[in-house]
Design a protein around this ligand. Structure first.
Ligand code: SF4
Length: 254
């Protein structure tokens, strides 16, 4: 997969900034500030995340208030830092970390490189990524405290899984706290899960694998027996397997 050319710039195209609970993976229940960057290099069939760049982004007026104001894009660090400093000062201890999410945040890695030293003075940095841009991750990985890397399976996305890119990415991501998350549904093939589990076993044996059943607001969409079959298939190869649904949907949180 070609790596996009990233212009060095001090401003980022954002979708939104808000405070909520992390609803996925090992940090489920930890409160974070979410910085959602615009743009994505994939086009997953099940995507329900707004990531298209626009002239403005929405910014929560107070953490957790659910009310928003509009900021013009692109947003500079001169605007962002005071907001984060205010939220940290007014809500001491409330936020575990700053989630850099998307879309695919590594598409704007030039900005992240410039921003990370200042941002991590305020909050540990947690990157949520589709795990396909290893050359971009290499530029910022040492600034991060966590990498949450998705592997999107062809049976759900409708496009081939870029296994080679994922392998390069995982080798780098395993230098920090890392988890690999895989959305699974009734269409998920056992061979795909075996391939993921072998990748972790061979490249990053200490990294946990999170199986995330496709989740609706009130239920998961996966047959429970099939879910356990997938779990057993993965755990035979790579024992560090956890099954965790998207909990923020049950809580009706952002
Ligand atoms: S990687 Fe994430 S944001 Fe991008 S299309 Fe897929 S689900 Fe949507």
């Amino acid at each position: 997969m070609p790596v996009p050319v990233i212009p060095a710039t001090e401003s980022a195209n954002l979708i939104e900034i808000f405070s909520s609970l992390q609803g996925e993976g090992l940090l489920v229940g930890c409160r974070q500030i979410f910085l959602r960057l615009a743009g994505c290099n994939l086009d997953c069939a099940y995507c329900d995340t707004p990531f298209q760049p626009s002239e403005s982004c929405r910014v929560e007026t107070l953490p957790g208030s659910g009310t928003f104001e509009e900021w013009s894009n692109p947003v500079g660090l001169d605007l962002l830092l005071p907001l984060l400093e205010r939220w940290r000062g007014d809500f001491p201890g409330a936020h575990h970390s700053l989630s850099l999410t998307g879309g695919e945040p590594l598409l704007q890695v030039g900005v992240l490189q410039q921003w990370a030293p200042a941002l991590k003075q305020l909050f540990p940095l947690f990157l949520e990524t589709n795990g396909t841009l290893p050359e971009s991750l290499a530029l910022v990985v040492d600034e991060l405290s966590w990498v949450s890397m998705d592997i999107k399976l062809a049976s759900l996305t409708g496009v081939p899984t870029p296994w080679g890119d994922h392998e390069k990415f995982l080798k780098l991501a395993a230098r920090v706290n890392c988890q690999v998350k895989v959305v699974v549904g009734d269409a998920t093939d056992l061979h795909e899960i075996e391939t993921v589990a072998r990748l972790l076993r061979d490249v990053a044996p200490a990294v946990p694998l999170i199986l995330q059943p496709v989740t609706l607001p009130s239920a998961t969409l996966l047959n429970p027996r099939r879910l356990l079959e997938l779990q057993g298939c993965a755990a035979r190869i790579h024992p560090l397997v956890r099954v965790i649904p998207q909990t923020h949907r049950f809580l009706q949180l952002l």
